[in-house]
Structure formats: C-alpha cells, structure tokens
Design a protein around this ligand. Sequence first.
Ligand SMILES: O=C1O[C@H](COP(=O)(O)O)[C@@H](O)[C@H](O)[C@H]1O
Length: 252
Amino acid sequence: MTAPQVVVHSGGDVLAAAAAARLITTIVDAQHAREIASVVLTGGRTGIGVLEQVRLSPARDAVDWSRVELYWGDERFLPDGDPERNETQARTALLDHVGIDPSRVHPMMPSDGKFGDDADAAAAHYAELLATEADAATDVPVPAFDVLMLGVGEEGHTASLFPDTPYVRESERMVVGVHDCPKPPPTRISLTLPAIRAAREVWLMTTGAAKAEPVAGALGGADAVDIPAAGAHGRARTLWLLDSAAAAGVSA
Ligand SMILES: O=C1O[C@H](COP(=O)(O)O)[C@@H](O)[C@H](O)[C@H]1O
C-alpha cells in the first residue's frame, strides 16, 4: 500500500486548476510510456470542476485525446443524458470539446439502457468490459488505469461506496450495483475497492469545510468500512488534493 501524499491548495479554484494541469501532464507522460493513457473519471463538484479546467487550459492540446481510454469510477443510475449522471456532466465539462475517440469512452450503463433498471446486471456488464482490458500488472481483472480520480463525500464515501455497506466490504467483484444510497439517487453503479487499488495513481480530490472530518479520519488511519475513502490507494501513488478548508483537521 502506498503512503498517502497530501497537497493542500488555498481554495477550490486553485485546486481545480492545479489538478487539471497535473492530469494533462500525467496523460502526456502515460502516452509517452505506454501509447494509450487510461483514465478513470469521477463525478461530484470537484471532479467535474477539474474537467472544466482541463477544457479551459491551452495545455489540453498537449494531449492526443484520441489515445485516451476513459472509464468511470461510479455512476448515478439514471436515464441516458440525465443532467445528474456523472457521464453527462463529464461530457459537458470536457469530453464534448476534445477529440476523444468515441470507442475509447466507456460510460457505465444508464437506467434506460439494455439492462433496464437492473443495476446489478449493468454492473456485471461493466465488470466484463474491464476484464477484457485486464492487465497482468494488476492482480484483478481490470485495466492498469494510469490515473483514477475520486471525490469524497461528507460521510466519507468515495466512488459510490458508502460507509458500513456490503459494497465497501466487497472483495470479489470489481463493479457493483449499489442500492439504498444515503445520497440521491439511491441506485448507483460503482467500482469496488479492489478495482480502485489496481490503478497506478489514485487521486482523492475534495474541497470545503464539510469534508474536513472524513478527510481527517481517512488520513488518520480510519477503517475503510467506516470511511470508504480511507481504503482507496494506488499501486504507485495515492494523492490527496485538498483545499485548506477540507485539510483543516489533517495534522502536519
Ligand atoms: O455523488 C457523488 O459524489 C461524490 C462526491 O461529490 P462532491 O460533489 O461532494 O465532490 C463523487 O465523488 C461521486 O463520483 C459522485 O457520484
């Protein structure tokens, strides 16, 4: 397990711009090393804010977007195009504005897709997709994601893994249908902790005073069952990107 590195920015806008610059550089480096960069997107205010900053950055043209493979860490199980879907928000923020190869974009199924409202079947389908791109570098049937971004919820959830649920305890499946979520919508699809831990780099990004408690708990050694974000780490690097409000409880 990689020890977490913590970077604190003065505010959310600075964090989003700095994380966008970091993401662009990481993708360029991954394409140089491995031809194709594989990136896992997150939803939430901070994650979407980072994508908006990538769109606004002139440096975005340093990336060959046709050689970026895109996945999602979680999805709100809603109809295709719903404005609350993480996919819809990512498309608006960035994907509709760069030359992505559509065949390399892998959203999780919507609730009006081929599995209808069966989130478990949609999750199993996503797990099959990830398994087709599995990499020997990981011990589990998912790609060796170059970077996997995550948000952190006020109660410590990450992706759509909420505290004290069977989903955060999942050790076999790579993707789960998540039911009865405390944060709307109640049904979601999520990568599990074993899938998240297959990534080379995991970045947990969050802002605001409401996140100070879960952030302090996660970095203070909490159990992942209590604070799921505590269980997210990368094979090569685990990076926490915070603003000063979210970092208020982190000891130096
Ligand atoms: O619902 C979700 O929320 C979390 C955190 O969102 P934030 O707005 O508090 O930053 C996000 O990471 C997750 O992808 C999303 O589905």
